[in-house]
Ligand binder design. Structure first.
Ligand SMILES: Nc1ncnc2c1ncn2[C@@H]1O[C@H](COP(=O)(O)OP(=O)(O)OP(=O)(O)O)[C@@H](O)[C@H]1O
Ligand SMILES: [Mg+2]
Length: 353
């Protein structure tokens, strides 16, 4: 009976997966794949309280808005910081994902959330998605979804380790038999590295730069171990002494110095998770390696550096920025089979401490 009902709904509703990231939000539609990939930024007119732009368009406005327009990131550290704005954003995402293919019933939605989020935060995500028009909402921990997305055997009795380095948070998780065996969620990821670069340039060069500039230099010349050729970049900012614009040349060594402390903390956190991993599962991980996903995984030299510390092979997943979204897509193909990995009840406190 239930099967028939599901087939009926499948005809008249969409199945949608959302990776609600701090930096980027991705939307997957069953049968179509990833249909939307935009920065998690919303621009609001404070006079009218209305949303004026979302995604790429809003990101262009960050730090460049006139007084009454504010560009905000509704998610901070991977969790909802502004409920109403998040709801607006999810409504926009669901609408644009279904633009050409609106169905009679609201969609079934799988949403990825960071591990270690509280039951209150899970409820906020669930409510925001329901209010945005979803018929059913299923919640999955992001590292689990990332692991499914990159085809690790998460449902098998074998340990897999995944580290998802995003914008706001890094999720470190060891998974076996569809469950998180041990995990840690640290608030050191891409955003923190950008802030480290801003602070470093302020104290070393007495120049104030914006977040977008910091992110661009990080991506252009950032690394955690020296490469074969030195790299440099010209950055523009405001001289803290004269208040006037000034340019300076910074090198890859500057960036390494700026982010070194955060990188050390990250490596420590990864070591801690390994230390609490049960021996049999640890043996699996040593044999099969550690997988990196998320945009932060692309910082040059990180796999090599981590390998040096933990003595386990480290691999960057293919297309690391879309792993979580692809995972929600695989889950949507067979919600029944993946039932165990979903957070069914808001009072289920996820496994992370
Ligand atoms: N080539 C690169 N080198 C270094 N960092 C990068 C690179 N490309 C993207 N990033 C960083 O990756 C981060 C975004 O990654 P991602 O989209 O996985 O985060 P998110 O899923 O939105 O965040 P979270 O999972 O924390 O909620 C940004 O901080 C960005 O600066
Ligand atoms: Mg993410």
């Amino acid at each position: 009976m239930k099967k028939h009902l599901e087939k009926f709904y499948a005809l008249f509703s969409n199945d949608i997966g959302i990776d609600l990231g701090t930096a980027n939000t991705l939307v997957y539609v069953k049968g179509r794949g990833i249909v939307l990939n935009e920065p998690s930024v919303v621009a609001i007119n404070q006079k009218t309280g209305r949303v004026v732009a979302i995604g790429n368009q809003a990101k262009q406005m960050l730090g460049r808005t006139p007084g009454h327009i504010v560009a905000v990131r509704p998610l901070v550290d991977g969790v909802i910081s502004d409920f109403e704005v998040t709801e607006e954003m999810i409504t926009y995402l669901l609408n644009s994902a279904q633009k050409d293919n609106k169905k009679f019933f609201g969609p079934r939605v799988v949403v990825g959330v960071p591990s270690g989020i509280t039951s209150v935060e899970i409820r906020a995500v669930r409510d925001a998605t329901k209010n945005a028009g979803a018929r059913e909402v299923h919640i999955i921990e992001e590292p689990v979804s990332a692991a499914i997305g990159i085809k690790l055997p998460v449902m098998d009795p074998v340990g897999s380790m995944i580290i998802d380095i995003g914008g706001g948070t890094t999720d470190i998780a060891v998974i076996s038999l569809g469950g998180v065996v041990c995990s840690k969620n640290v608030r050191i990821a891409g955003d923190k590295l950008n802030n480290d670069i801003i602070s470093y340039i302020r104290s070393e060069f007495k120049i104030l730069i914006g977040e977008k500039t910091a992110e661009s230099v990080k991506i252009a010349i950032g690394s955690v171990i020296p490469g074969s050729v030195p790299m440099e970049a010209v950055i523009k900012g405001r001289d803290l002494v004269t208040g006037l614009p000034r340019e300076v040349v910074i090198t890859d060594a500057d960036i390494r110095e700026a982010i070194s402390q955060s990188i050390d903390t990250l490596v420590e956190a990864i070591k801690e998770v390994l230390e609490t991993t049960p021996p049999e599962i640890l043996a699996d991980v040593m044999h099969r390696g550690v997988y990196l996903t998320g945009g932060g995984a692309l910082i040059k030299g990180f796999p090599e550096l981590l390998n040096e510390y933990i003595k386990i092979p480290v691999y960057v997943a293919e297309d690391p920025l879309t792993a979580v979204a692809r995972g929600t897509g695989i889950v949507l193909e067979d919600l029944q089979a993946f039932n165990e990995v979903l957070i069914v009840n808001d009072d289920d406190i996820p496994s992370a401490k």
